[in-house]
Design a binder for this molecule. Structure first.
Ligand SMILES: Cc1cc2nc3c(=O)[nH]c(=O)nc-3n(C[C@H](O)[C@H](O)[C@H](O)COP(=O)(O)OP(=O)(O)OC[C@H]3O[C@@H](n4cnc5c(N)ncnc54)[C@H](O)[C@@H]3O)c2cc1C
Length: 298
C-alpha cells in the first residue's frame, strides 16, 4: 500500500477539508489535505506525501490560537487524533498531544496531583500548549514541562527533547511547523484533591467573570508588552466595541476579538491591523499578535 492508500483506508486523510469548524474562531477556508495523526506511522505517511507533492505542513491542535485565511491553507494540516489522547497521571504525568488541557487539569486534580490546574483556563491541546508555552494565572507550561516527544517532519525521525532545549519563553518555543509534538511529560506535586479542585473552580469562576464566554474568539489577540496588559492599553484608548466587518473588540475584555455571524478571516486581520495602528499612533507601543495567522492574507 502507498502512504496515501494507508491513510485513506484508515479514514485519516481528507482533501479540501473546511478548517473553520476546527478552530475556535469558526472561520477560514479549507486545507488541501487534513491528516489525522493517531500514531507515528501516520506522520511517516504524511511526510512521504508532503515531500512528494512539495507541500507545506501545519500541525493543528484545537485551533484555539489560529486564524485560518479565507482562502484556506494550500498544504497539509496535521491534527492529533484520538490515538494521541492517552494520559497517565503521576508524579511525572504523560499526556498525548490531543489531550484537551482542561481535561488534563481535572484528571490530575482528581488523582491528587497538583501543578496543572492552570490548564483548566486554556481551551487548547497539549500539542498547542507546548508550541505556545501556554500559561495563565501565574503559571506557564515551562514551569511544569519535563520533556516532549517530537516527530521531525524534515527528517521523518522521532526523539525526546528535554524542556530546557525548547527555548520556552512568554508564548514562545523554538518548535516550528516541522516539529510535531506527539506527547509530553509534566512534573506534578502531591496535592489534596479538594484543594486542587478548589483552585480549578476559582480559575473557572475568574474566567467567567472576566472573559467573554459563549462567543467565537481565540483568547488574547496580542501578547502583553513588558510590564503592561495589552487589553488595558486597548481599553484606555476606548477601542472596546470597535468593529471590522463582523468582528469586534470584545466589550468584556479588550484583548479578545469576537467573530459574529458571517465573519471572515480578513475581518479579523483588518481589526488587528487597525488596533495595532491606533495603539502605535497613540502610545508608540507595537502590539505583537499572539494569535497565529495561517495561510495567505495578502
Ligand atoms: C477563550 C480562550 C482563552 C484562552 N486563554 C489562554 C490563556 O489563558 N493562556 C494562553 O496561553 N492561551 C490562551 N488561549 C489560546 C490557546 O488556547 C493556547 O495558545 C493553546 O495553547 C493553543 O492550543 P491549540 O491546541 O488550540 O493549538 P492551535 O491553536 O491548534 O495551534 C497553536 C500553535 O500550536 C501548533 N500546534 C498545535 N498542535 C501541535 C502539535 N501537536 N505539535 C506541534 N505544534 C502544534 C500550531 O501549529 C500553532 O502554531 C485561549 C484561547 C481561547 C479561545
Amino acid at each position: 500500500m502507498t502512504a496515501s492508500e494507508r491513510l485513506r483506508a484508515a479514514g485519516r486523510l481528507g482533501e479540501n477539508v473546511a478548517l473553520g469548524p476546527l478552530t475556535s474562531f469558526r472561520l477560514g477556508g479549507p486545507a488541501r489535505y487534513l491528516v489525522t495523526i493517531d500514531a507515528e506511522q501516520d506522520l511517516r505517511d504524511a511526510f512521504e506525501i508532503a515531500t512528494r507533492e512539495g507541500l507545506s505542513v501545519l500541525p493543528l491542535g484545537r485551533g484555539s490560537n489560529v486564524v485560518v485565511a479565507d482562502a484556506g491553507f494550500p498544504g497539509m494540516v496535521l491534527q492529533a487524533g484520538s490515538g494521541l489522547s492517552h494520559r497517565s497521571i503521576g508524579e511525572a504525568t504523560v499526556a498525548g498531544a490531543a489531550v484537551p488541557l482542561p481535561l488534563l487539569a481535572r484528571d490530575a486534580a482528581r488523582a491528587g496531583r497538583g501543578g496543572l490546574e492552570f490548564y483548566t483556563g486554556i481551551p487548547g491541546s497539549v500539542g498547542g500548549a507546548i508550541r505556545m508555552n501556554a500559561g495563565c494565572h501565574g503559571s506557564e507550561t515551562s514551569d511544569v514541562l519535563i520533556s516532549v516527544r517530537v516527530f521531525d517532519l524534515e527528517t521523518s525521525t522521532v526523539g525526546d527533547r528535554p524542556a530546557a532545549d525548547l527555548d520556552l519563553a512568554y508564548r514562545h518555543s523554538n518548535l516550528g511547523d516541522f516539529d510535531f509534538v506527539l506527547e509530553a511529560r509534566f512534573a506534578t506535586v502531591k496535592r489534596p484533591v479538594a484543594e486542587a479542585e478548589r483552585v480549578i473552580r476559582d480559575i473557572a469562576r475568574w474566567r467567567r467573570q472576566h472573559q467573554p464566554g459563549g462567543t467565537f474568539n481565540a483568547g488574547s489577540v496580542f501578547k502583553n508588552p513588558e510590564g503592561e496588559a495589552a487589553g488595558r492599553i486597548i481599553d484606555r484608548l476606548g477601542l472596546k466595541g470597535l468593529e471590522s466587518g463582523a468582528v469586534r473588540v470584545s466589550r468584556r475584555h479588550a484583548n479578545f476579538f469576537e467573530a459574529g455571524e458571517g465573519a471572515t478571516a480578513r475581518d479579523v486581520r483588518s481589526l488587528v491591523l487597525e488596533v495595532q495602528r491606533r495603539v502605535r499612533d497613540e502610545t508608540g507601543i507595537d502590539l505583537e499578535p499572539e494569535i497565529r495567522f495561517v495561510g495567505d492574507f495578502s
